[in-house]
Design a protein around this ligand. Structure first.
Ligand code: SF4
Ligand code: SF4
Length: 185
């Protein structure tokens, strides 16, 4: 599905999809221009600039442990971070969640909802104490979880290198660049 102005262009890519579209009488056939627009948009999306990095998991895990308390490094790389949480919400390997109660007139439901370690209240405790009040502490947690703690615990980096966090960050914070900079520290 691709948006073109106020229109949506649909293309079936499975027999099930073809059957679904064939049953929708309100759809019009695409013009040659629209088909071209569709194909060009898909091609542009696939050719989006990507990078391949090759990081030794044990080396980066140890390096991040070594510079964990190097506050000036973490402040520098997180300087622009807005704590918006976008990078975690688009990440295919982020899985942190919160439990929220929705109540209305004495009835309610308990829900599990996505959460983000980059949010200001992610580690806020019931006592009011928050061990991660600083932006750099939260971004450091995100980087170190993926490139250090996860390796120590499970033996693999918990970042698949998709670049979604970098592409969607409103202030262009780039996880690969942070990893590169950390390795040079
Ligand atoms: S590049 Fe890594 S951290 Fe960023 S969204 Fe993809 S898996 Fe998540
Ligand atoms: S998307 Fe960018 S600005 Fe938002 S929390 Fe992540 S690193 Fe910070």
């Amino acid at each position: 599905m691709i948006k073109k102005g106020d229109e949506l262009l649909l293309k079936a890519i499975t027999p099930k999809g073809e059957k679904l579209l064939a049953g929708l009488s309100s759809l019009a056939d695409a013009s040659a221009d629209e088909q071209k627009y569709f194909d060009d948009t898909i091609a542009a999306g696939r050719s989006f600039k990507t990078r391949t990095t090759c990081v030794d998991a044990k080396v980066i895990a140890k390096k991040l442990e070594d510079i964990f308390l190097k506050t000036e490094f973490w402040e520098k790389v997180s300087d622009a971070c807005l704590s918006c949480g976008v990078c975690t919400f688009v990440c295919p390997t982020c899985y942190c969640f919160d439990i929220c109660d929705e109540t209305l007139f004495s009835h309610g439901v308990r829900r599990r909802v996505w959460d983000a370690c980059t949010f200001t209240d992610f580690t806020l405790e019931a006592s009011g104490h928050n061990p991660r009040t600083k932006v750099y502490q939260r971004l450091r947690q995100k980087i170190c979880h993926k490139y250090s703690f996860h390796i120590r615990k499970y033996g693999v980096i918990s970042c698949v290198g998709c670049g979604r966090c970098t592409r969607n960050c409103p202030v262009n914070i780039d996880i690969f660049s942070i990893v590169d900079q950390a390795l040079k520290e």
